[in-house]
Design a binder for this molecule. Structure first.
Ligand code: MUC
Ligand code: MG
Length: 375
């Protein structure tokens, strides 16, 4: 039952429409997939995404793969998956940083440990509290009219009633007008948030936030660069509308720093940036103890990475701002044979063994950048 192999591949998954962020427009999302196999041939799978090569953050898909293959895998081979705490501790002694890579490896090991016992992976994290989680959709087509159409359609389908608007690209005041137009179109049928993805300086934030706040926007995500904790603290102090730290809130140490200095009054959790499933639960504990609001973030993973995240978030108390685990809905295709379900404004917690989704090996091969790695 010990781990015999670890394999990592980069997949490029086409999206149903361009997804425009401040620093990059996604038309194909690069996700990194890992497979660990035990001596009896059982498999554990995981997926982590980054956005726009090196433009969103320091971790790139290529670096994640190279650093796992070279530096992390040797500490995993021959280990018992159920001791994932020990394996991750060993890795932490030998490999600094590399949080996305560590997250990918820990998650694949957890999937395998759960499958060896024929239980959902959430059982290894205290069991689920929820069967479904509120789920936002990101309006980021780059066109106000199309965003309004999308919002109306998904409200009608009862798929989403929380919408996050990406407003970091282009003229800030035009973006504020875009937000207010969408707010007017959906009225009180939906709650709107905005994500600036670090694009403003403090002056711009002080021009735009009061208008967004008066317009009824319910949360402002990462308006300033991730390093600017002092600026984030001033904004959080000055405005009534919640200021959410995302790119600035990575490791548990960084999240502790934000909590201590109130550099934001809420935190976006993500498995990749924080270094794994266990680390996210630790991060949530720090944030909760400091009275910060939580948001269940994503880096736009497909069904596999989303199932992992939904399962983990299901073991935590309700998050003040809900989640944005819409990833599978943005892709043209799926790399799993069963899909993560969305209904009644919720994403449903998968209940099968492991993370509850079954990998489609042919699809994985089809979308792999390098053929034959996970064949
Ligand atoms: C981010 O910065 O939050 C999450 C949802 C989305 O549309 O973009 C991502 C990244
Ligand atoms: Mg964000």
């Amino acid at each position: 039952m010990i781990i015999q192999s670890v394999q990592v591949a980069i997949l490029d998954l086409p999206t149903i429409r361009p997804h425009q962020l401040a620093m990059h427009t996604i038309t194909e999302q690069a996700v990194v997939v890992a497979r660990v196999r035990d001596t009896e041939g059982r498999e554990g799978w995981s997926e982590i995404a980054t956005i726009g090569g090196a433009s969103y953050g320091e971790s790139t898909p290529e670096a994640i793969k190279a650093n796992i293959d070279t530096y992390i895998t040797p500490h995993v081979i021959g280990q018992d998956p159920i001791r994932f705490g020990k394996i991750m501790h060993d890795i932490s002694i030998h490999v600094r940083g590399n949080l996305h890579a560590k997250a990918l490896v820990e998650s694949a090991i957890v999937d395998l440990a759960a499958r060896q016992r024929n239980i959902p992976a959430y059982e290894l994290f205290g069991g689920k509290i929820h069967d479904g989680l509120p789920v936002a959709w990101t309006l980021a087509s780059g066109d106000t009219g199309k965003d309004i159409e999308e919002a109306k359609e998904y409200l009608h389908q009862k798929r989403h009633n929380i919408f996050k608007l990406k407003i970091g690209k282009g003229d800030p005041m035009k973006n504020v007008e875009h937000v207010l137009e969408i707010q007017k179109a959906v009225g009180d049928r939906a709650r709107l948030t905005v994500d600036v993805n670090q694009a403003w300086d403090e002056d711009t934030a002080n021009q735009c936030i009061p208008i967004l706040q008066d317009g009824g926007i319910s949360m402002i995500e990462q308006p300033l660069p991730g390093w600017n904790h002092e600026g984030m603290a001033r904004l959080a102090d000055r405005y009534r509308v919640p200021i959410l730290a995302d790119e600035g809130a990575t490791s548990i140490q960084e999240i502790f720093h934000i909590a201590k200095h109130r550099a934001g009054n809420s935190i976006a959790l993500k498995i990749g940036k924080t270094g794994g499933l266990t680390a996210v639960k630790q991060a949530a504990g720090i944030a909760e103890a400091a009275g910060l609001g939580l948001y269940g973030g994503t880096m736009i993973e497909s069904d596999l990475g989303t199932a992992m995240t939904v399962q983990l978030y299901s073991t935590m108390p309700p998050m003040k701002f809900g989640t944005e685990l819409f990833g599978p809905l943005l892709f043209k295709d799926s790399i799993t044979t069963n899909r993560v379900e969305f209904r009644d404004f919720n994403v449903i917690v998968p209940d099968g063994p492991g993370f509850g989704v079954e990998v489609d090996h042919e699809k994985v091969e089809h979308y792999s950048r390098e053929k034959g790695v996970l064949a």
